[in-house]
Design a protein around this ligand. Structure first.
Ligand code: SF4
Length: 179
């Protein structure tokens, strides 16, 4: 089965990419990392995360696709939900927006399924991410793969990734977690 891995950044995706690269996920024999994150603001921050994603994929020889960055279109999609808290309705729309794109990409490029690392952060709700992945429009399977969190943390300890301290959009800057 050929998988599209939806990724938000290198620190969140490092473990999943390593597992896929090592062939540790049953039934997945090919994959590509999809970087479609028009939610990230400002664009300078988007560029930093994108470059780290590319650097990690290239270090392993893993395929990736950098998609268009249209923050205005993403803002239109979440219009009316700006004041929602993180994990609230705006985030469900944001996840679904990215999954719909990923399923379309999978369909048009010969991939069979979509999975993601959007729920791996301790600030995220994996069930909310999975619900968005399953319900997003598109005739493509969504796989709620449980990634190896210890491996992800180990790679993060060993790698000098750029690490952001907020989820991505301007509304999460305002509400960024204190840690
Ligand atoms: S907080 Fe994160 S998941 Fe939620 S809307 Fe903003 S960028 Fe998307």
């Amino acid at each position: 089965m050929k998988l599209v891995l939806v990724s938000c950044c290198a620190p969140c995706s490092a473990g999943a990419i390593k597992q896929l690269h090592n062939g540790e996920i049953p039934d997945i024999d090919d994959f590509i990392v999809l970087f479609f994150n028009p939610n990230i603001w400002p664009e300078s921050e988007y560029t930093k995360r994108m470059q780290e994603q590319m650097r990690y994929c290239e270090s392993l020889g893993v395929k990736y696709k950098i998609c268009e960055y249209n923050h205005d279109a993403w803002r239109a999609a979440v219009c009316g939900f700006e004041n929602e808290p993180e994990r609230g309705a705006r985030c469900s729309i944001c996840f679904a927006y990215r999954f719909e794109y990923a399923k379309k990409f999978a369909r048009e490029n010969g991939y069979d399924a979509v999975s993601s690392v959007l729920g791996v952060s301790k600030h995220k709700d994996q069930l909310q991410v999975d619900a968005a992945g399953e319900s997003a429009p598109g005739d493509i399977l969504y796989l709620p793969i449980k990634w190896d969190e210890k491996l992800r943390q180990q790679i993060n300890r060993e790698t000098d990734f750029y690490r952001q301290n907020y989820c991505g959009c301007e509304f999460s800057v305002r509400n960024k977690p204190k840690n």
